[in-house]
Ligand binder design. Structure first.
Ligand code: SIN
Ligand code: FE2
Length: 217
């Protein structure tokens, strides 16, 4: 009987690194399913290819993007927004794989956000030198749902600050399989990615792929 009592204590806890109130880094959370996710990424990208979006200010982003799910994040000279149609094809974005939704919901729950149901998954591809400037994710309808970010491939330096752009962000190295969840008091935290360093990853070569799951609509 005593053995049972201690079983839960001995079970390996997923490594959780709190970043800020409402924000947590789940080290290696997606490692086991990473290969399977990447196969599905290729399927999605065959239907909705990666492209470099232009910001409202006329700057072409160095990160290449696509989406899956009912809504996709897009940017052009008119602004940032979510759209049900891929502007390249005029067709709906590819479906979000059920297994991805389940993974995102499990990660959100680990971080204290039960019942997360993403309706948008942004796919970001970074090559050496690609970066993402500090920004807030604020094009979503309501901010009660968290953002769930899955890192695959080459490691990246993730910048995570506060709601104030002027606060100096902390730097975290995100590795293949790491998942970051931010919501609640951190939902509007400024974040970004430092220029990707050269490297070679066994599954992705010279690339980093990041999936961010959002409740946009
Ligand atoms: C994002 O902010 O949309 C992506 C963050 C990342 O690539 O880690
Ligand atoms: Fe973001």
């Amino acid at each position: 009987m005593t053995a049972n009592l201690f079983e839960d204590i001995d079970a390996p806890e997923p490594a959780r690194e709190p970043l800020a109130p409402g924000a947590v880094l789940l080290r290696g959370f997606a490692c086991e399913v990473a290969g399977e996710i990447l196969e599905a990424v290729n399927g999605v990208l065959a239907q909705a290819p990666l492209r470099h979006l232009v910001t409202p200010g006329g700057y072409t982003m160095s990160v290449a993007m696509s989406n899956c799910g009912p809504l996709g994040w897009v940017s052009d000279r008119r602004g940032y927004r979510y759209d049900a149609l891929d502007p390249l094809s005029g067709q709906p974005w590819p479906a979000m794989p059920e297994r991805w939704k389940a993974l995102a919901a499990r990660a959100a729950a680990q971080a204290g956000f039960e019942g997360f149901e993403p309706d948008a998954c942004l796919i970001n591809q970074y090559l050496p030198g690609s970066k993402l400037s500090l920004h807030q994710d604020r094009d979503e309808h309501d901010f009660s749902a968290p953002i769930v970010s899955v890192s695959l491939g080459l490691p990246a330096v993730f910048l995570f600050g506060s709601e104030r752009r002027t606060d100096r962000p902390q730097r975290y190295c995100l590795q293949h399989g790491d998942v970051v969840v931010w919501g609640g008091a951190s939902r509007l935290a400024f974040h970004g990615v430092a220029p990707l360093a050269d490297g070679e990853h066994s599954l992705l070569g010279q690339r980093r792929i990041n999936l961010t799951f959002r409740r946009a609509g």
